[in-house]
Ligand binder design. Structure first.
Ligand code: PMP
Length: 337
């Protein structure tokens, strides 16, 4: 039995129990480990779905160019699909993202344009503006816009939600997701709540993002927005993929706590995941008083640690930001840290 292309390996990722770390919690904690997708992240699912819908709607024609502002994971999914289906890709990304992410995209044939992080989305230099401008200028191009493209959340409604429901045999009580575009949490959350409205859906946000404040008050508060180090989640606006009725609460996690927890997941569970997986589990830890013995919690671990080797998995990088204490000779000898 063979696969007809790499695209047939997307989805059906394993749900893996956390054994050591979850001892600090009263319940069962399962991780949906999305780095088993071929592009090493959950974004393969929505990338393919968005492309298929665009093809069906005639928004992209054979030989066309896919254009998107992406921090890497969506780009990887789109690039894989583009290789197989014969499209070109141009991605804009920010200088905050790991250099590895851009290099990986280039390896699978995409062109990558790096833009400054700390400018307004409306600024002509921002990665949103540059990608929009390219979409207007490049002939036969399709601007993906993962934030407002509702095929993003549809992918999770059709795949991620049903997989989790089946893998837990309907026993899931809580879904915990570090949230960015909103596609993962809203699509998965909607499916699960339709199966069982009692399931709680918890969103993990970063400091420097306005999502939690918007959820709590309905206010778009620009004062909530400032630069942060965590990658992949939190936003400075509210993308159209959000439908807050499928989310029960938001919890914020600091850059340090997310990074430290990602390293613990790798060391204690053997799951070499990205930054947002650490933030997701850390957010759950912060809410542990709300959990009971029979609860079955599913955390989404969005991507693989390889994209962060120069960052959270690098001691020097961690120490420079005060995320890891400077090691003493005694620590080194005893293997601490
Ligand atoms: N974590 C990582 C590593 C991601 O790449 C993303 C996507 N930006 C998210 C979390 C958040 O997922 P979503 O955009 O579906 O809300």
């Amino acid at each position: 039995m063979w696969k007809n292309s790499i695209l047939e390996t997307i989805g059906n990722t394993p749900l893996i129990r956390l054994n050591k770390i979850a001892k600090e919690l009263p319940c069962t904690v399962l991780a949906k480990v999305e780095y088993f997708n071929p592009g090493n992240s959950i974004k393969d699912r929505m990338a393919l779905k968005m492309l298929e819908v665009a093809e069906k709607e005639g928004k992209i024609k054979p030989g066309g160019t896919i254009i998107e502002g992406t921090s890497g994971n969506t780009g990887m999914g789109l690039a894989l699909a583009a290789c197989v289906k014969g499209y070109k890709c141009i991605f804009t990304t920010t200088d905050k993202q790991s250099k590895e992410k851009a290099d990986i995209l280039k390896a699978v044939g995409a062109e990558v344009i790096v833009c400054p992080t700390n400018v307004d989305p409306e600024d002509p230099r921002s990665y949103y503006s540059v990608s929009k401008r390219l979409a207007a200028e490049v002939p036969n191009s399709w601007y993906v816009n993962q934030y407002d493209n509702l095929a993003n959340r549809l992918a999770h409604y059709e795949q991620t939600g049903p997989e989790i429901w089946e893998q837990t045999e309907g026993k899931i009580t809580h879904l915990v997701v570090a949230t960015g575009t909103g596609g993962t949490i809203v699509g998965t959350g909607q499916y699960l709540k339709e199966k069982n409205p009692a399931i709680k859906v918890w969103a993990i946000d970063s400091y420097g993002s306005l999502l939690k404040k918007y959820f709590d008050t309905g206010e778009i508060d620009e004062k909530e927005v400032y630069p942060y180090i965590s990658e992949g989640f939190g936003e400075d606006f509210v993308p159209a993929n959000y439908d807050m009725k499928y989310i029960d609460r938001f919890e914020k996690v600091t850059d340090k706590d997310g990074a430290v927890m990602a390293r613990r997941i790798a060391k204690e569970e053997g799951l070499f995941c990205g930054y947002s997986a650490g933030s997701c589990l850390q957010g759950l830890m912060q809410l542990k008083n709300e959990l009971k013995k029979d609860d079955v919690v599913v955390c989404i671990f969005h991507d693989h640690g390889s994209r962060y080797v120069a960052k959270i998995y690098n001691d020097q990088w961690m120490m420079e930001r005060g995320f890891l204490e400077v090691k003493t000779f005694k620590d080194l000898v005893s293997g601490r840290g």
